[in-house]
Design a protein around this ligand. Structure first.
Ligand code: GLN
Length: 461
């Protein structure tokens, strides 16, 4: 690649492996080109909240703006963090910097990662590179759009109920949520701590595996991380033996777009063709996942977001007394969706309703996890569409309940702490479709290996 003419179109397609190779001979050129592409594309896409014009040489990466990068503002796409500059690098960022990555910018998201479209960002929505009238998905919409448009070689997102996988599906790129506990959350602004995981958004499955090898690992600053040595690339480029795949019957329920159902049927024939066995399995518990999530996540939100009070970080609206200062700061600083979640969470955790809601939801969470584990006793993977629909028009979904239902297939992996990937599988019209592959806890390398096989066979098709 070194001698070849290098232009921005070529840059946009670079995989991580190629980028590292290229950087050996041309250490400055990647960041320079990335900044040029951002300058040009982002006027329309709005994938970045801030761009680091002084980014050092290295392989350009985008970091979701709820992950701390020292010396740069962390906004969480909220007004309440205005002026807050991170004083330290998140563990994942520290690791990336020490392996030759350069953070060229912080990517757009729904405020505090609450959303599925990046429309709830106080910096305006991110546009989908496949159709700029449509959303990029969310909450890591900025990261997914930036990778899809080739503004950066790769990006990091965070996933609490689908926020890596769904935008990856909408933008036609790869998004991977690791098993809970593999990647440190130190330096990630907490949304719902028992569900949050950081993970990669990339152009290829191999790139996600390479990034996982860098960012995973036990961290003394996050007590929920586990000691496990996994080579995430071990099955990349290999043919897997015959796998048993459960396609959740719920993938064909009403509410799932016709075109998406057809792609899934096509997917089934496709993987059967290269030797895997597929069965339709009824996983009825999936239908309780959204209701369960929307009690557990807001409960954790009401607790986690209490720290934004006008005293410690960012925005402060002055007032007569302390209480008024809190109220004004939070009233003006938080957007409607964040307030909605705080209100729900405060209610579900209140003494009078704790048993009826929070405790009940914890029990259902356990049931869902048990059911999935049962399925994994007989099958290697559970497959569903990543999202029941393809990218929708900006501003077209206003009912929160309709909006929340979009997470139906992605939430179970978070409730159960499982690894799950969204891999691109063709298009409906001009809009990308993602297929989700979920595996047992800590089977991350195998999930990546299977997704890689799909990607390679698709290329040969
Ligand atoms: N869309 C889901 C929500 O709004 C998931 C968000 C996420 O994974 N951060 O909560």
């Amino acid at each position: 690649m070194g001698e070849k003419f290098f232009n921005t179109e070529e840059f946009k397609k670079l995989t991580l492996r190629q980028a590292f190779e290229f950087a050996k001979d041309n250490p400055d050129l990647l960041v320079k080109t990335s900044l040029e592409v951002i300058e040009k594309e982002d006027k329309v896409l709005n994938a970045f909240i801030s761009v680091n014009k002084e980014a050092p040489r290295g392989v350009p990466i985008g970091i979701k703006d709820n992950i701390n990068v020292q010396g740069i503002e962390t906004t969480c796409a909220s007004k309440i963090l205005k002026g807050y500059v991170a004083t330290y690098d998140a563990t994942v960022v520290k690791k990336l910097k020490s392996t030759g990555f350069s953070v060229v910018g912080k990517t757009n998201l729904d405020e505090f990662a609450m959303g599925a479209s990046t429309e709830y960002s106080s910096f305006g929505p991110t546009r989908n590179p496949h159709d700029i009238e449509r959303v990029a998905g969310g909450s890591s919409g900025g990261s997914a759009a930036a990778v899809a448009a080739g503004e950066v070689v790769a990006a990091l997102g965070s996933d609490t109920g689908g926020s890596i996988r769904q935008p990856a599906a909408f933008c036609g790129v790869v998004g991977f949520k690791p098993s809970y506990g593999l990647v440190s959350r130190y330096g990630l602004v907490a949304f719902a701590s028992s569900l949050d995981q950081i993970g990669p958004i990339t152009k290829t499955v191999e790139d996600s595996a390479i990034l996982m090898n860098i960012i995973a690992g036990k961290d003394e600053n996050d007590s929920t991380t586990v000691e496990r040595q996994i080579d995430f690339t071990q099955f990349i480029g290999k043919e897997l033996p015959r796998m048993k795949i459960a396609v959740a019957k719920q993938s064909f329920d009403e509410g799932v777009e016709e075109g998406v159902k057809q792609k899934l049927e096509e997917f089934v024939r496709f993987v059967e063709n290269f030797g895997h066995s597929v069965e339709l399995v009824d996983i009825d518990e999936i239908k309780y996942s959204v209701a369960t999530y929307y009690i557990i996540a807001p409960s954790e939100v009401s607790s986690n977001l209490s720290r934004f009070d006008g005293v410690k970080y960012g925005l402060r609206i002055s007032a007569e007394g302390l209480r008024e200062m809190y109220e004004k700061t939070r009233g003006i600083g938080f957007g409607d969706e964040v307030k909605r979640r705080i209100l729900i969470g405060t209610f579900t955790l209140s003494a009078a309703y704790y048993d009826a809601y929070f405790e009940k939801a914890q029990k259902v969470r356990r049931k869902i996890a048990m059911k999935l584990n049962n399925v994994f006793e007989q099958y290697d993977f559970i497959v569903t569409p990543t999202s029941p629909i393809v990218a929708f028009k900006i501003g077209s979904v206003s009912d929160p309940l309709v909006y929340y239902m979009m997470d139906i297939f992605t939430i179970p992996a978070n409730l159960a702490g499982l690894p799950a990937i969204s891999v691109p599988f063709g298009k409906v019209g001009h809009l990308p479709v993602g297929i989700q592959i979920m595996g047992p806890r800590f089977s991350d390398a195998k999930v990546l290996g299977f997704a890689d096989q799909i990607e390679r066979h698709l290329k040969d098709k």
